[in-house]
Design a protein around this ligand. Sequence first.
Ligand code: 9PG
Length: 862
Amino acid sequence: MEPLRLGLRYAAEAAPERSGAGAAGSLWIEGPLAPGVQGLGPFSVALALDAADDSASLDCIVTNRASATVQLEAVVLGFRWAAAGGDLRFLRHGWQSWSFSAGRALDDAGEPGFPSGPWLRGMHHALGAPPADRAGWHESDLVSVASGSRGACLAGLLECGVATGVVYLRRHGDDLLVEVEARFEAPLEPGARLELERVLVALGDDPSRLLETFADELGARAGARTGSPFQAGWCSWYQFFGQVSEADLLRNLETLGKARLEFPIDLVQLDDGYQRAIGDWLETNERFPRGLAPLAQDIRSAGFRAGIWLAPFCVVPESRLFEAHPDWLLRGEGGPFRGLVHPDWTRDGWVYALDPSREAVARHLFRLAAALVGMGFSYLKLDFLYVAAMQAVAHDPRVTRAGRLRRGLAAIRDGAGEETFLLGCGCPLGAAVGLVDGMRIGPDVAPNWAVEERARIPGLEPTLPASANAIRNVLTRAWMHRRLWLNDPDCLMVRHTDTKLSSAELTSLAGAIAASGGMVLFSDDVERLGPEEKQLLRDTLTLAREIDDGAPRGTARALGLLDAPAPGGLVGRSESAALAFLLNWEDRPQELSVRLRDALPTAGPLPPRPALGAPAFESDDEGMLRASLAPHGSLLLRVHARIDLAVFCDFDGTFAVQDVGSTLAKRHAGDRRPALWQRLVRGELNAWQYNMELLDGLRLPEAELDAFLRTVELDPGASALVRWCEERNVPFRVLSDGFDRNLDRIQQLTGVRFAYDANRLWYENGAWRIAASAPDATCSCGTGVCKRGRIRAFRSLHPGACIVHVGNGRVSDLCGALAADVAFAKDTLAEALALEGVAYERFATLHDVVAGLERLSARLRR
Ligand code: 9PG
């Protein structure tokens, strides 16, 4: 990659209403893209270049040297990729959640014209109209990667809420020209100094890997929030849409409570349809007679987290907010700016946008989020966020479009607090990193495969609600997961009624979600689901969680990322297996094949197993898999990786210093404990029955448990152990007779992620409830999670693996230690193993275990 040119787009006078690409009066000036300071027109530009072997980052500072304010539209950094090779394709990445993202041919035609005008184009592109001099260039928002016979090349802007990045690409003979436009679109006062976000360019072999590196860097710079536990829940939208009622929600809540052990979800989210008017989010309409607070309380007492949808920047004239604060809106030509058209939301269809560049608006957003959280909602789905960042006139023109979005989101984050899960939706991607916990990465799913005829709008088809559109982006944006946030692939639907989706299409949606390892919210009327539909739901939850489990970064990669019309599939990896998803995009049956070895080089000896009722398939000695797939049908295969070494580790007293369960029991059931302990010693109770007697029904306030969990410390070598395993692809799993909710919380508090098996814990009607998750009646351990059982199950899938168990207790760890090949032990486990005459390695901290594993793996390699 060669640096080529540095350009500036600007206008001599600040005129925000004219801001935008190639507006009349817009000037262009350029110089060489070279490190150091250069004068360009009224500006001085300082460029720092940090080049490594196959990547470079560029930081640019622009100062206005003139005596008048100038309008800086964009800073352009241009590069040449010499002799890029033939057959170039590139990722056309869209601006916001719903925008089209997929590969295209890098032909000479450039970005296709948009048939429905700049305003609608501006809904999905950073720019409503590209600069006139970009004719013939291809365009991509935030980042792009091009790939051909000679490798791949990435360019992007590490957006942090100042500028908006647009990448332009075009062929030039044998070369590829790539230019990153950092769109600033704001005035720069005399002497003012602007530090732009870093531009990253990189060369490599694999486009997915380059995008993962880009996301790693962006996530690190913008402080991405990637540590939330796996999200599993229910959402009202895709079953009830805008007509949802309180009765619908309560009915589903009740069914979900009864089916808690069948469907392991902990979130119930109310979507659009409850509010009095768009803008008045704290007031409900006649279908929600009791208002929001009692509903949040009902959801929480039933043992679920309460989630709610809102479009915090949207306002309609029917709202009290519009009436009270007409001055809070972004402005357009001759009136308030029209953010979008939505006939279900308002009489005349026009929806207006709040202007977060105003202090008062930021305060309002803060109070709104705080009020919802105060009612008991701990999950906010923030929708239609792009309206705040459209090309419109703001009260304070110095706040850029990305800055408006970021200010608004920051106010919501401050009001909601650190513990609330914020989901971005319809959201420009770059500027939201670091503020949201989850992000919708594609168009809406729908109970139909393709876009409905009546909903078509020329140019918008690939972004409109349709399951095929949603799946496309799940595949092309898989690299963002747990690098920028948790990916939300949008809802799973499993019903066969109230839908036009065929069985094959439903399963394809489920398979794409599962292999992506993203969030799983489902949207069906639960009591109407039949046994097969429930099975599909359960399996999808299990598989997606397995892919997401423990990995600090997303693992899923598209198969043929840049292929048209979309990637052929997706491979997600867990610590010991992979899920390969292969989709027939065609409207007719088709035979498809995939070479598994390319997708997963370390497949183990066991044959792949179909998941989610995948169709029959054939495989040959070369590792080629073939299947006949129905129209829009798919193949989902579970492939077990080849494993030489695996580590299972106890939690209480081993991975963590404290014993969570027994400390709680001591403190809060101290009076009952001695008698129960005697019964346990006498063999009248087994370990799980002891837990049930002690903890099930315990009336300890949630906040008190949380306060205790904050005091839990991990062993000093805990994160080193996890890292050691991660770096060597050694599966690591905590096996605990403790509880899922506590382990999730401790992971969040400590920032150390790990996969685990543990019992279920939830808070229902003011008391804690527990359920065993993997007991084994044939084992003498009597625990809720029999460690011998877990280890045997693993061994059956990975014959030949050397299995290590690490533990400290004689009750729950003994059967695990005996089932493993190598035992690390301390405390009563060490005593028990010594008594049995079983060899073990003694350890004091997990640092000792790391050292022991180092020796063990050296022996295994010999
Ligand atoms: C509620 C819905 C759901 C959904 C959101 C969002 O382009 N469009 O016309 C378009 C319409 C609706 C829409 C997205 C795009 O849905 O994604 O999950 O919350 O709002 O109104």
